[in-house]
Design a protein around this ligand. Structure first.
Ligand SMILES: [Zn+2]
Length: 330
């Protein structure tokens, strides 16, 4: 089995966090902005710890300022994903960074990104769908504007709403207004929890926000009753092992709980989060999982099917993706 060719579905990817370093460097040069400090000797993003990661992330993405920049970003990111065998990518989009969460501005950014996604689909067959996110550490009041942007543009392309950012800031229940609005607009819901927050953060995201997926969620493994609850209710985890290992949540791939969660009946998927920042890719995730846990074609097919079931896209799109999974010889 070629890890590159195996059809992959990714459910947890931050658009800005997926920006290839060469793309950001080029854009900075065009705009005569000096962000050379964010790059290491090998040309990749370089940071010391989580706090520094956030600074580097912010500096790198500060060069993205127009709808055209975002269209080019979508093109660069999807090229990279398609080269990793990704056939479906659900990407977190932040209206806060695309026109300051003004609905009219957001529509312009969205239009540019959607056109770029359509070109990538025509060229490489990769399908992109957007999940609008609010930023937790900006607070519940500021989360309302991106929720409104999401509700106003809900449809075939914008399929979901979620929350990212610092998990230790505030409580999920502070954000119910935004999540209720998104749900009423027909959007599907996910929330980052159980990465920096413990099992209780996962419980609260499910109980207070009514999400059907959890971004990360891996620290649920610390609470056997919560693991049973996830298995029984079918809440899907968007697991990003390479991100967790890179940020020191677990000391090694072997010590990552993804295999234990799976064995206990939890529906897990595999994604890259902010791949160039964590020196990872979907191919690398698959290679490391095969090495750490002996996963083979059947295991990866199960992961892909979990992702297809849990994807927020419409039934037609799912049908087309299911055909591509079926056609793949394993
Ligand atoms: Zn994330």
């Amino acid at each position: 089995m070629s890890m590159r060719d195996f059809p992959k579905l990714e459910l947890h990817l931050h658009l800005e966090g997926a920006a290839p370093p060469a793309f950001i460097r080029g854009l900075a040069r065009e705009k005569s902005v000096d962000i050379s400090g964010v790059f290491g000797a090998d040309g990749g993003y370089a940071f010391r710890d989580f706090g520094h990661f956030l600074q580097v992330y912010e500096a790198a993405t500060s060069v993205l300022t127009t709808p055209e920049d975002y269209a080019r970003l979508v093109t660069a990111v999807l090229e990279e994903s398609a080269a990793n065998g990704v056939i479906y990518s659900e990407v977190f989009l932040s209206p806060d960074f695309c026109g300051g969460s003004d609905v009219a501005a957001w529509r312009e950014y969205l239009h540019a990104m959607q056109e770029a996604a359509a070109r990538a689909e025509a060229r490489d067959g990769i399908v992109l769908r957007g999940v609008v996110t609010c930023i937790r550490h900006f607070g519940p009041e500021r989360a309302r504007a991106p929720a409104l942007c999401a509700a106003e543009t809900a449809g075939a392309f914008i399929t979901g709403f979620g929350i990212a950012g610092d998990e230790t800031a505030g409580r999920p229940r502070d954000f119910t207004w935004s999540f209720d609005l998104a749900r009423e607009a027909g959007l599907r819901l996910t929330a980052h929890a159980g990465e920096w927050g413990g099992p209780v953060s996962v419980r609260e995201a499910i109980a207070d926000l009514g999400v059907e997926r959890i971004g990360h969620g891996v620290r649920a493994a610390e609470d056997p009753r919560l693991v049973d609850q996830l298995a029984e209710t079918g809440v899907v985890l968007e697991v990003c092992p390479g991100s967790n290992v890179a940020l020191g949540l677990y000391p090694s791939w072997q010590r990552h709980p993804i295999q234990t969660l799976r064995e206990r009946g939890v529906r897990v998927t595999v994604s890259t989060d902010d791949p160039p920042f964590f020196r990872t890719s979907m191919v690398r995730e698959y290679e490391e999982l095969a090495r750490a846990f002996g996963w083979e074609a059947g295991d990866f097919l199960e992961i892909a099917r979990n992702a297809l079931d849990a994807a927020f896209c419409d039934a037609d799109t799912k049908g087309r993706l299911a055909d591509r999974l079926k056609d793949h010889p394993t």
